[in-house]
Design a protein around this ligand. Structure first.
Ligand SMILES: [Cu+2]
Length: 440
């Protein structure tokens, strides 16, 4: 009996379906684009610096693993963590392995990973592998795919990575509480056979939002709208580490968002970039378009790439202006245009020493605190930024700086760019104003 072409195809399909990896891979045709190798093939566990250039998690870390019988074994420990968001602001959060957020899980397409999760929290939990194609029983939704992991228990997850890309992990039990307390992390799966130019610098940033009233030490998971600490990798500027790159290097930035209620339009200065992938897979080159701001919806990742050919200090931040303010920038009385002196005199009998701020905006708030003119409440941080090379930077929260230099060393992240005088904005001289006919 001879088989027709169609029969052969069917037979082949049936055979392929016998494998666990094929069942995962066939779950969604869309992930074919995220496969550089046959998902049925077996591989040695991918090695850092050999099979991939490790990702950098600013202010964070990568979860270590060991290899046992060709399986990469990881151990996540869910626990309470005293976490510093920015100088002066600490809170009791929930995270993994002593960190908020949890360390980045990094592996290679084709790796088999076994992830143990130990629960040292006072509440039950689970871990969901967001965007990773796994068998249903490994998906981590409490009550649906598994029983919750009770305090003191250790659960075992195991699956083959049949795709590459940028994904996330988070608690999927009492999500409102546990995600708001910090139980999130990034997952980076490198392609087994790179299908594009490799980045020289590969960064991972997770966005989240918190409600921490000045003077308190617990994030409030019940907050629904008014988040007052907005973070990259659980740090608010000036707590965020700069990203660095050498002139001409290809830079990849993987942006994940697991904020409770907000999407974040992330704007990078000095560059146009391409969005190269989502957590659904790589975007075909023909469908990529240049952009300067990428909207990262909550529950999604967006990866951007560009060549760092424009040296300088470049702001990168959420473009929602309340997301670059911290704590006291929220719920202010409107004083713009008010007579500050009259107001102070009126208040003084009841509250001696009151300082009236806000009659011309809040730009000077951080400066006043920096100069010691006023204090912030205990366990809080100024609503805006930090001192920069040219004055006070009036953005805090979800703000960081990309520092591109001809040569990068260990100190670059703390350095300021030395601009050429002819490229520096400055006070106009009287001669210049007269020459150009500008009246001020
Ligand atoms: Cu935002």
């Amino acid at each position: 009996m001879s088989l027709s072409r169609r029969d052969t195809f069917r037979l082949g399909g049936a055979l392929a379906l016998t494998g666990l990896a094929a069942r995962q891979a066939s779950a969604q045709n869309a992930i074919a684009a995220a496969q550089t190798v046959d998902p049925e093939a077996t591989f040695e566990p991918g090695k850092p610096e050999v099979d991939y250039r490790p990702v950098i998690t600013p202010n964070g870390a990568t979860l270590p693993f060991k290899v046992v019988d060709d399986v990469k074994v990881f151990h996540l420990i869910a626990e309470e963590v005293d976490h510093v968001f920015a100088p002066g602001l600490t809170a009791q959060c929930w995270g993994y392995n002593g960190r908020v957020h949890g360390p980045t899980i990094e592996a290679v397409e084709g790796d088999i990973v076994r992830i143990y999760v130990t629960n040292r929290l006072p509440a039950a939990t689970t871990v969901h592998w967001h965007g990773v194609i796994v068998p249903s029983g490994m998906d981590g939704v409490g009550g649906l795919n598994q029983a919750p992991i009770e305090p003191g228990e250790t659960y075992r997850y195991e699956f083959k990575l049949v795709q590459h890309g940028t994904f996330m992990y988070h608690s999927h039990h009492d999500e409102m509480t546990q995600m708001a307390m910090g139980m999130l992390g990034m997952i980076v799966v490198h392609p087994r056979a790179p299908n594009g130019p490799l980045p020289d610098r590969d960064y991972a940033l997770m966005m989240s939002e918190w409600s921490i009233e000045p003077g308190t030490r617990r994030p409030d998971p019940n907050e629904m709208t008014d988040f007052n600490v907005l973070t990259f990798n659980a740090r608010a500027y000036p707590g965020t580490d700069a990203l660095v790159a050498e002139t001409g290097e290809r830079v990849r930035i993987r942006l994940g968002n697991l904020s409770a209620m907000d999407h974040h339009p992330i704007h990078l200065h000095g560059y146009a970039f391409h969005v190269t992938e989502t957590d659904g897979g790589p975007i075909p080159e023909s469908a990529q378009h240049p952009d300067t701001t990428v909207l990262v919806p909550t529950g999604a990742t967006r990866t951007i790439e560009f060549v760092a050919d424009n040296p300088g200090d470049w702001a990168m931040h959420c473009h929602m202006t309340h997301h670059v303010m911290t704590q006291m920038g929220h719920d202010l009385d409107l004083l713009i245009g008010a007579d500050g002196d009259a107001l102070r005199e009126a208040i003084a009998p009841a509250l001696p020493g009151t300082m009236v701020m806000g009659t011309d905006g809040m730009g000077d708030h951080g400066k006043h605190i920096g100069m010691g003119h006023m204090a912030v409440p205990e366990n809080s941080t100024p609503m805006v930024g930090a001192r920069g090379p040219m004055g006070y930077i009036t953005m805090g929260g979800m703000f960081t700086i990309l520092k591109v230099r001809d040569a990068v060393d260990a100190d670059t992240g703390d350095s300021w760019y030395n601009e050429q005088p002819e490229n520096q904005a400055r006070l106009a001289t009287a001669t210049e104003l007269a020459k150009d006919g500008i009246e001020t």
